[in-house]
Design a protein around this ligand. Structure first.
Ligand SMILES: [Zn+2]
Length: 363
């Protein structure tokens, strides 16, 4: 029996959630810089979309969680845009998120805040395109580490224009709205239990996740994992969510082993052949400012990921692409539509060609 996960969430009301395809696409990201252990014949991670989330509580208070990449990314702080060119990644952006919102009838002035999960260029958009009434919300430790922006500080990764003239709110995970959800420090953002920010350091300083109550009778949630992982295989399998022996796995297997009596056992063999324990995640993340802190954050998130009422979606989650509805539709009914079950193990299908299945088949 798997141990019981610990992710108790207090009661509260629900908020509407919409997932916005920010039209950013990042390609040619080196696999071994991102994930380990390497997989033979897989030089790059699959192309990364960038999702943003629009959250609106029962009183009509609206916020955005992440903005995607700004269309004119060459105008990011020089230290960032220069590094981007050097990395050799391919970045395409069709539209700024502000254009996507306005094309769908949302007035920018109606938003209360933009929340940055963290400071990386593919999440921060261009806040200067929002009117000044829209606050900028950041994680704990942000100001000490990153302020002021460029050009006040020559080597800053931010621009002064990102925050100039607007309220900059750093979340205090010890403040009056703070609480613990599972083992995570949390903050009840609206004060009505509909939307929590979760302290999730490791990928960067001040990295945060979001947790929205999608329905309240019964309680269901979407956990916005941001960049705490870059692949479902960094979370799964886990102590709390072992490789299932069920038939559901078959849809993710290559034809050659789809009729195997027990696909779960084959996956366990693959894990061992890669030097992993059966219930250890397929991958270890390599993109982190602080790897031990990231490992702790991932362990805490695994408690959430194992809950049947929590749908975990990370910022670059490709597996939701052909499954969920996107903005302007909402995704609150994810549970009755069975979306979480459809995507949970879908990361497996991207790596089969490198996993030496012939060998495993013969044994
Ligand atoms: Zn990212």
């Amino acid at each position: 029996m798997a141990p019981q996960p610990d992710f108790q969430i207090p009661g509260g009301s629900a908020a509407s959630v919409k997932i916005i395809d920010t039209t950013s696409l990042i390609s040619k990201v080196n696999f071994v810089h991102t994930l380990g252990p390497a997989i033979e014949g897989v030089p790059y991670v699959p192309d990364c979309p960038v999702w943003s989330f629009l959250i609106e509580n029962a009183e009509g208070r609206k916020v955005l969680f992440d903005l995607g990449t700004r269309k004119d990314w060459k105008n990011l702080a020089p230290i960032v845009s220069n590094r981007l060119v050097k990395m050799g990644w391919e970045v395409t952006v069709e539209k700024n998120i502000t254009q996507i919102l306005e094309e769908n009838g949302f007035s920018l002035v109606s938003f209360e805040a933009v929340i940055w999960s963290h400071y990386h260029w593919d999440h921060i958009g261009n806040p200067a395109l929002f009117p000044k009434n829209v606050a900028l919300v950041v994680g704990s430790g942000f100001n000490d580490e990153f302020m002021p922006g460029y050009p006040a500080r020559e080597d800053s990764i931010l621009l002064e224009s990102d925050y100039e003239g607007r309220k900059l709110i750093e979340i205090d995970f010890q403040g009056s709205r703070s609480l613990k959800i599972g083992q995570m420090n949390a903050c009840d953002f609206f004060g009505d239990g509909s939307f929590y920010l979760l302290d999730a350091p490791g990928h960067t300083v001040a990295h945060i996740c979001g947790l929205v109550r999608t329905t309240s009778t019964p309680d269901t949630f979407i956990l916005m994992g941001a960049d705490s992982v870059h692949d479902g295989g960094e979370l799964r399998p886990s102590r709390f969510l072992p490789i299932p022996e069920s038939m559901n796995l078959r849809q993710f297997l290559p034809a050659s082993i789809q009729n195997a009596i027990c696909p779960g056992h084959i996956l366990e063999d693959i894990q061992r052949s890669r030097g992993r324990q059966a219930n250890e995640p397929f991958f270890t993340g390599n993109i982190a400012y602080d790897i031990p802190a990231l490992m702790q954050t991932i362990e805490k998130l695994q408690h959430a990921d194992a809950q049947k009422d929590v749908f975990f979606i990370y910022a670059h989650d490709r597996t939701i692409m052909d499954v969920v509805d996107f903005f302007p539709k909402q995704v609150n009914d994810w549970k009755s539509k069975g979306w979480a079950e459809l995507v949970k193990w879908a990361f497996l299908k991207e790596y089969w060609q490198g996993l030496r299945l012939d060998k495993l088949n013969a044994s």
